[in-house]
Write a protein that binds this ligand. Structure first.
Ligand SMILES: [Mg+2]
Length: 122
């Protein structure tokens, strides 16, 4: 079985591309269209190997997910890579303060994204 990655991304075009990219690399992928779905899954279903977390999402944003899980030790042990737009440097800073481990700025190359995620798994 491959590493288990949870991907939260609201963009309906990008979400399947991200899923395919990681599936092609042998990951087990579960996708969510917002932070609410991701949080519900984490509550029900424990511990992925990594989370790819878009910052700008409806209902519960990426920053909202991180805020919701602040102080949660089990969550803190899960590597989180944030996906962000070009002009979100302040949000990135906040995400890193809230426990995100790395970030990728859109647009990104799939190969770079995969290697950044793999770095977090080592
Ligand atoms: Mg978004």
């Amino acid at each position: 079985m491959g590493d288990n990655i949870l991907i939260a991304e609201d963009d309906p075009d990008l979400r399947p591309l991200l899923a395919q990219t990681f599936e092609a690399e042998g990951f087990d992928v579960t996708t969510f269209e917002d932070g609410e779905g991701l949080l519900r899954h984490l509550d029900a279903d424990g511990r992925p190997d990594c989370i790819l977390l878009d910052l700008m999402m409806p209902r519960v944003s990426g920053l909202g997910v991180l805020a919701e899980r602040s102080g949660d030790e089990a969550f803190a042990s899960i590597p989180v890579v944030v996906l962000t737009g070009r002009d979100d440097s302040e949000a990135v800073e906040t995400a890193l303060e809230r426990g995100a481990d790395d970030y990728v700025t859109k647009p990104f190359g799939p190969a770079d994204l995969v290697s950044q995620v793999r770095e977090q798994l080592d």
